[in-house]
Design a protein around this ligand. Sequence first.
Ligand code: ACO
Length: 379
Amino acid sequence: MTTFAKGLEGIVAAETRMSFIDGEKGILEYVGIPIDDLARNSSFEETVFLLWNTRLPRRGELAEFSEQVRQRYKVPTALAKLILQMPKDAQPMHVLRTMTSALALYDPSPNANDIPSARAKAMNILAQLPTIIAYFDRHRRGEAIVEPRSDLGYAANFLYMLNGKEPTEAVRRAFDVCMILHADHGLNNSTFAARVVISTLSDMYSAITAAIGSLRGPLHGGANEEVMEMLGEIPSMAAVEPYIMDKLAHRAEGARIMGFGHRVYKTIDPRATFLKTFSKQIATDTGNLPLYEKSSKIEEIMKREVGAKGIYPNVDFYSATTYHSIGLKLDLFTPMFAMSRVSGWAGHCIEQLDGNRLFRPKAQYVGPHGVRYTPMDQR
Ligand code: ACO
């Protein structure tokens, strides 16, 4: 039996033990634990352990796991030199994708795909993405790179390498929470891309490189940057209503309010529920409350106008205000998403390798048949 589903909508294409989503009820759980509970109580490192081991770690296990990540923060010296040769006007997502691919060049056995090797590579990539992003950002600003510090956790170390000073506890925590919220999300486009690549028994580097390429798209992870651009285009609270109404009026021509709508959620994305309250607090603390208020107004209009169609804020909507409030540059929003989602990508690759079946769907041919070859001079 052949089923055709454009965009693979509604098709179940893999099994996972990591995240559960109920798009109608607005539920997201990692290994059965509600996302809200994890955002309040967990750390990013603990969440990664949970996803990769499908259980919470005991105290000693978490300490050991975190230490293993910290020992891998440094990138190979040759790769650090390569980053410093990147054009300063390159986009960080393109640099991240290229350098993730380049990591394979410094791995003595890049193709090893047995589960222990795949897990070791996953940990290397997870630990080194922040270093790549921070090194490139400092390079393009003409600043000396700041080496990673193995006494700092994942979030604190990234912000330290980026800014040359340790973040405040509030900013570190905000960053850590965002990392938890973005870690995994079922068979989203970039995760599917990673699983498709690894299903050919290709390598972890190729799979993660493909996933980064997918995440960059404005219909996926790139939306958080576009949300911020939209907020920047709206000059005042009074301008919110006409701006949104104008966009909605052009919906048939493809106009979209970025940060709204989701292939799976037909109610508010539970990550957005958490981030809404969270972004209000961090925006207040950092003098960015007007940004939050504009976002809240957009949400109100969208609910009134298209709520009945199931178009609600997704994770990207309030994460834009949060990232801006913690001082992150616009074009680092999506790289930051990648730094977190790499945990989900790698976890899915390991699940795929453990009982692999090659992805090979079919295409519905819609072209002509029986066409005669026309010689070149008769065309
Ligand atoms: N603004 C306005 N209208 C929207 C939006 C939006 N953001 N999203 C969906 N709609 C409308 C469409 O116009 C369409 O209306 P119609 O039925 O009257 O033609 C209907 O809702 C269905 O839209 P589709 O684009 O077909 O739905 P799909 O499941 O493909 O969309 C997507 C999901 C791509 C996320 C879409 O909602 C969108 O483009 N959103 C904006 C980009 C965005 O925020 N992406 C981040 C997603 S979350 C993530 O990847 C981390």
